[in-house]
Design a protein. Structure first.
Length: 608
C-alpha cells in the first residue's frame, strides 16, 4: 500500500520524483525516501513523516541526476521511522530498492543471507530484496533481480537502482500494481498513473511476475523466468485536473461534490428506455448464459462490501435471484461452494485490492464465471475477470471512498435492472426505474446544496466520542457505511445496525450523550422506524434523521432532520448516503483530522 515512482531520462530526476510522490501520498504517508544515481555514486535521503519532511531534507541540496527512484510508505513490517523508510540498500551501498507488498518468506531469507555475511539495518522485509539482489549481482542488474525474485514468496512492486548500471531502472511486479510510462527520451515507473500523468498518458501495465528493464529511450519486459513479453501500450483518458483539488480544501469534499457528474457517467449510454433495460456489453455473457444463473455471489472489502450489500437487496428485490455477499478477505479461506449456475462479481475501486484479487482467483479456480465492478481501466481485476462493468468515477484520491461508492451502487442498479428484465420485471416497471435513474444526479445535487444544514449539525456533535447509525432494508448497508465514514476520518467510534436490532443490545448504550443517526425514509417500514426513534428519545438519546422531503411529522419526533428527495425505494441508498458523507467530513474537519489521509489507512490495500 505504498507509493513508488522512478524516472530515467534527460531531465533532473529529483523534482520529478518529489512531484510524483506528492500525487502518491494517499497511498502511504508514514515515511518517504529517494535514491538517485549522482556522478559515479548512489545517493539517498529518507525520513519518517510526510513528504514535506523529505522536501526539507532535499531543499538545500543540488542534484543533477537524471535517474532515480522514490517511495512513500504505509508501514507493514517495522515501525514508521527513518531506518525503516525506503529505499533500502545492500551491504556495499551500491543497490537501492523501493518496494510495495509483503515478502512472506523474508525471515528465512534473512537468516540465509545473514549466514552469508549480510548485515541488516532495518526491521523491514524489503531490505531482504536489496541484499538478495546483491547476492546474485555480477554486472547484470536485470538478471540479478530475476534470480532474486525467483527465491521470493509474497507480493511485490519494486524499482531497483544500481550505481554500476547508470541510466537503468529495473522494475517488477507480483500482486502489487506497477505501471511503466513511456515518453520521448524519458521513461517512468510508478505504482499509480496519477504520479506520471503530467508527463505522459502512454502506459504499460506490468502483469504478475513480469520484470522490466527501463532506460531513457527503451524498455523491455520479460518474466522472472526470463521469457520475453511483448508490451501493450495503452493511453490514459484521465486529465490532470481530475486529480487536482480545483480549489476545494480537501480531495474528499471535491469528490463528494463530483457525484452528480460521476453518477451521470456511470449510466451514460447504458440505459435503453425503449426496452426498459440497461446495456452492459462488458459482461461478455450471452443471454442464454445469464438465464442459467441461479445464484450470485458479490465479494468485496470495506466500503465496496457495503455496496455489495445494497446490491444484494437490489438484485433479489428485482430479479429474484438469490444473492450472497462475501467478505473477500474471508472468501478463499472458508471453502466457498461454487455451483454450475453461480455467477461471481468482485467489487473494488482500485481493481488492485489484494483480498478481492484472492477471492477472484479462488472463484475462478473453482470454475465460476467471475465479473468485475471496478473504477480503474487496465487494473488487475479488470484484466483477470471474464468481463464486467467500469464505474467511470474518475480518479479517487481521498482515502475514504465517496464517489466510487455511489457509482458502485449505480452500476449494481443497472445490473439489477438488466437481470430483472430478463426474468420478472415488466417493460413498464423497467421504464419506471430508468426514469428514476435519470433523476438521481440532479437529486444528489439538491442534497449537496443543503450542506450548511449538515455542517451546523456537525458543529453540535463533533466532540462526541460515540455514534450509532440505524437503517432498515435497502438503507441498513448505508447505516454501516455512514458509521464507517465517521470512524475512518474523524476517529469517532461508530456502529451501524439494522434499526430493529437496536433493542437486541445496542439500546443499552443510549443516553443523553449518545447521538443516533437514523435513516427514516417514507417507505414500507417507516412506521416501524418511527417506533425505534421513540425508543431512543425515551432514553434521552439525540436523534439526527435522514428523511424524505415532504415528511411533515418527523421533525417533531427528532432533534435534527436532513431531507433528501423522493425516489424509488431500491435507489434510496444512493441519495441517503450523501448527507452521511458530508456529516463525517465536517466532523473530521472540526476535529482537525487529516481528512484525505486518515491515520493508519491507505487508499489501495494491496497487501493482505
Amino acid at each position: 500500500m505504498c507509493g513508488i515512482i522512478g524516472y530515467v531520462g534527460r531531465e533532473k530526476a529529483v523534482p520529478l520524483l518529489v512531484e510524483g510522490l506528492k500525487r502518491l501520498e494517499y497511498r502511504g504517508y508514514d515515511s518517504a525516501g529517494i535514491a538517485v544515481l549522482e556522478g559515479e555514486g548512489l545517493i539517498f535521503e529518507k525520513c519518517a513523516g510526510k513528504i514535506s519532511a523529505l522536501e526539507s531534507l532535499l531543499r538545500n541540496k543540488n542534484f543533477d541526476s537524471t535517474t532515480g527512484i522514490a517511495h512513500t510508505r504505509w508501514a507493514t513490517h517495522g515501525e514508521p521511522n527513518d531506518l525503516n523508510a525506503h529505499p533500502h540498500l545492500d551491504c556495499q551501498g551500491n543497490i537501492a530498492v523501493v518496494h510495495n507488498g509483503i515478502i512472506e518468506n523474508y525471515r528465512s531469507l534473512r537468516e540465509l543471507l545473514g549466514r552469508k555475511g549480510h548485515k541488516f539495518t532495518s526491521d523491514t522485509d524489503t531490505e531482504i530484496l536489496a541484499h538478495l539482489i546483491e547476492e546474485y549481482y555480477d554486472g547484470d542488474l536485470l538478471e540479478a533481480t530475476q534470480a532474486a525474485l525467483s527465491q521470493v514468496e509474497g507480493t511485490y512492486g519494486i524499482a531497483v537502482l544500481c550505481k554500476n548500471n547508470p541510466h537503468q531502472i529495473v522494475a517488477a511486479r507480483n500482486g502489487s500494481p506497477l505501471v511503466i510510462g513511456t515518453g520521448k527520451g524519458e521513461n517512468f515507473v510508478a505504482s499509480d498513473v496519477a504520479a506520471i500523468l503530467r508527463h505522459t498518458n502512454r502506459v504499460v501495465y506490468l502483469e504478475d511476475r513480469e520484470v522490466a528493464l527501463i532506460d531513457p529511450d527503451n524498455f523491455s519486459i520479460s518474466t522472472v523466468d526470463k521469457v520475453e513479453v511483448t508490451p501493450e501500450i495503452q493511453e490514459i483518458s484521465w486529465t490532470l485536473d481530475q486529480i487536482e483539488k480545483e480549489g476545494y480544501p480537501h480531495f474528499m469534499l471535491k469528490e463528494i461534490c463530483e457525484q452528480p457528474v460521476t453518477l451521470r457517467n456511470a449510466i451514460r449510454g447504458r440505459l435503453n428506455y425503449e426496452e426498459g433495460t440497461s446495456r452492459l456489453n462488458g459482461l461478455n455473457l450471452q443471454y442464454e448464459e445469464l438465464h442459467l444463473v441461479d445464484r450470485i455471489i458479490l465479494s468485496a472489502c470495506g466500503t465496496a462490501w457495503h455496496a455489495a450489500l445494497v446490491g444484494e437487496y437490489m438484485i433479489e428485490g428485482t430479479a429474484m435471484i438469490p444473492v450472497e455477499v462475501e467478505y473477500a478477505s474471508e472468501f478463499r479461506y472458508r471453502s466457498p461452494i461454487i455451483n454450475e449456475g453461480t455467477l461471481v462479481f468482485v467489487i473494488s475501486q482500485s481493481g488492485e485490492t489484494a483480498d478481492t484479487l484472492a477471492a477472484l482467483r479462488e472463484a475462478k479456480r473453482k470454475g465460476a464465471t467471475v465479473l468485475g465492478i471496478c473504477n480503474v481501466v487496465g487494473s488487475t481485476i479488470a484484466r483477470e475477470t471474464d468481463g464486467g462493468v467500469y464505474i467511470h468515477a474518475g480518479p479517487e484520491i481521498g482515502v475514504a471512498s465517496t464517489k466510487a461508492f455511489t457509482s458502485q451502487m449505480m452500476v449494481l442498479s443497472l445490473i439489477s435492472l438488466f437481470l430483472a428484465r430478463m426474468r420478472t420485471l415488466s417493460l413498464e416497471q423497467g421504464r419506471e426505474i430508468i426514469d428514476a435513474l435519470y433523476k438521481i444526479p440532479d437529486q444528489v445535487n439538491e442534497i449537496l446544496k443543503n450542506d450548511s444544514t449538515i455542517q451546523s449539525i456537525a458543529e453540535k456533535y463533533y466532540q462526541k466520542n460515540n455514534f450509532l447509525y440505524l437503517g432498515r432494508g435497502f438503507n441498513f448497508p448505508i447505516a454501516l457505511e455512514g458509521a464507517l465514514k465517521l470512524k475512518e476520518i474523524s476517529y469517532i467510534h461508530a456502529e451501524g445496525y439494522p434499526s430493529a436490532e437496536m433493542k437486541h443490545g445496542p439500546i443499552a448504550l443510549i443516553d443523553e450523550n449518545m447521538p443516533v443517526v437514523v435513516i427514516a425514509l417514507k417507505d414500507k417500514v417507516h412506521d416501524k422506524v418511527l417506533s425505534n426513534i421513540a425508543e431512543i428519545k425515551a432514553r434521552k438519546g439525540k436523534v439526527i434523521a435522514v428523511a424524505t422531503r415532504g415528511d411533515s411529522e418527523i421533525a417533531d419526533k427528532v432533534d435534527h432532520v436532513i431531507y433528501i428527495p423522493q425516489t424509488l425505494e431500491l435507489l434510496t441508498p444512493i441519495l441517503s448516503v450523501i448527507p452521511l458523507q458530508l456529516l463525517a467530513y465536517h466532523m473530521a474537519v472540526l476535529r482537525d483530522c487529516n481528512v484525505d489521509q486518515p491515520r493508519n489507512l491507505a487508499k489501495s490495500v494491496t497487501v493482505e
